[in-house]
Design a protein around this ligand. Structure first.
Ligand SMILES: [Fe+2]
Length: 379
């Protein structure tokens, strides 16, 4: 396909099948522990050790896995500290209860079969600073985010809970263009459609074990490489192909699943009688992109700062928390009132937070400086 614009008549199921039938060669991914059903399986421990010797080679391999590779990988034991996962799970239950009482819900599933928490990142920060720090102070998570979208990324988090009897989703692609109608998609030049998948990393942290019968995500490895995919996923013949060829992998609590947002995927059927499947979905945005959710980082930072000052964190843990909690990019800003300091870019919120922690600012001083930082960036 050399077209700049595509229409639905140009889609080819044969091309889609050719792309999706590629075989994964595990030897191309020397850090992988294994491969199952065309999905790369990594062990958290080996990635951490490898990154100590050569961080860039780990970043490169993970990036390749999501681009020229199958577009998906699992990290076993992403959270070794299962207490951090359980503590967040408890908060999720509290939030779900509170929101159910006030009439919240999910737009993507039938009422009752599904629990959804939007902007779980901010809600957890505001309820329990230590829980946030324990969860997002995960250097391996930070490394994985950086491998796809580079530094200065922004995390958003949405909890998805699928209860017994919960039905499978239709296959789809994710944010950005996975949320747009075909009319809108078709107006984007094809290179932009392809570019858009580099702006977001899609992740899921398993907060419960996810045996196959509980319906872990159905995936079609390599399907992100089909260029016309954003126009194709609603068509019956593509849906049928997906249903015939999609694979599922069981996950254990604390495992992470990461995939290219252009990969065809769908939540599976929960056919168990009693197993609630809960995932924290991480949507990680490049600093060049727009996030799906608005996070109020000022509220997040004011909630976290007192605990962050107290906690003795390893440098890498602290960087991971800062990356999840504060904005990492200088722009857009008001260059009249927020000029660059010393370089070409104005100070980021992340840099401000780091400075505050390094210089031991009081809570009052941090509050003042943060307000000023927000103010001077307004137009
Ligand atoms: Fe999705």
């Amino acid at each position: 396909m050399n077209a700049i614009y595509l229409n639905e008549a140009q889609l080819s199921l044969d091309d889609f099948a050719t792309v999706s039938q590629q075989t994964l060669h595990q030897q191309d991914y020397p850090l992988a522990h294994g491969a199952q059903r065309n999905v790369l399986i990594y062990q958290a421990e080996s990635l951490i050790n490898a990154a100590r010797d050569d961080r860039q080679s780990v970043l490169s391999e993970l990036h390749r896995a999501l681009s020229s590779g199958p577009g998906v990988f699992v990290v076993k034991g992403l959270y070794r500290d299962l207490a951090a996962v359980d503590r967040s799970s408890q908060l999720f239950e509290e939030i779900l209860r509170d929101e159910a009482a006030s009439g919240g819900g999910d737009h993507f599933a039938r009422a009752g079969s599904n629990g959804r928490i939007w902007n779980a990142l901010q809600k957890v920060a505001e309820r329990d600073a230590d829980a946030f720090i324990d969860y997002y102070g995960n250097p391996l998570l930070a490394l994985i985010c950086e491998s796809w979208v580079g530094p200065g990324y922004e995390i958003t988090a949405q909890v998805n809970q699928v209860r017994p009897g919960g039905k499978a989703q239709q296959p789809h692609r994710d944010y950005h263009l996975g949320f747009q109608s075909n009319e809108v998609v078709a107006r984007f030049p094809l290179p932009l459609q392809i570019l858009s998948q580099y702006l977001t990393l899609q992740g899921a942290v398993a907060h419960t074990d996810m045996p196959l019968e509980s319906g872990p995500t159905q995936l079609l490895p390599f399907s992100h490489q089909y260029e016309g995919g954003y126009l194709a996923w609603r068509q019956p013949k593509f849906i049928e192909y997906f249903q015939q060829h999609a694979i599922q992998l069981p996950l254990q609590k604390g495992d992470g699943l990461f995939f290219n947002p252009a990969l065809f995927h769908a939540a599976g059927n929960n056919t168990t009688a009693d197993h609630i499947r809960t995932a924290n979905l991480l949507q990680v945005s490049s600093s060049f992109g727009k996030t799906m959710e608005k996070v109020n980082h000022v509220k997040v930072l004011l909630s976290l700062y007192p605990a962050l000052r107290q906690r003795q964190l390893e440098t890498e843990q602290r960087h991971a928390v800062i990356a999840a909690a504060a904005e990492g990019y200088s722009f857009p800003t008001n260059l009249d009132t927020d000029p660059p300091l010393g370089g070409l870019v104005p100070q980021t919120q992340q840099a401000l937070l780091l400075q505050a922690l390094q210089e031991g600012w009081s809570e009052v001083h941090f509050d003042q400086q943060l307000s000023e930082h927000v103010q001077k960036r307004q137009a």
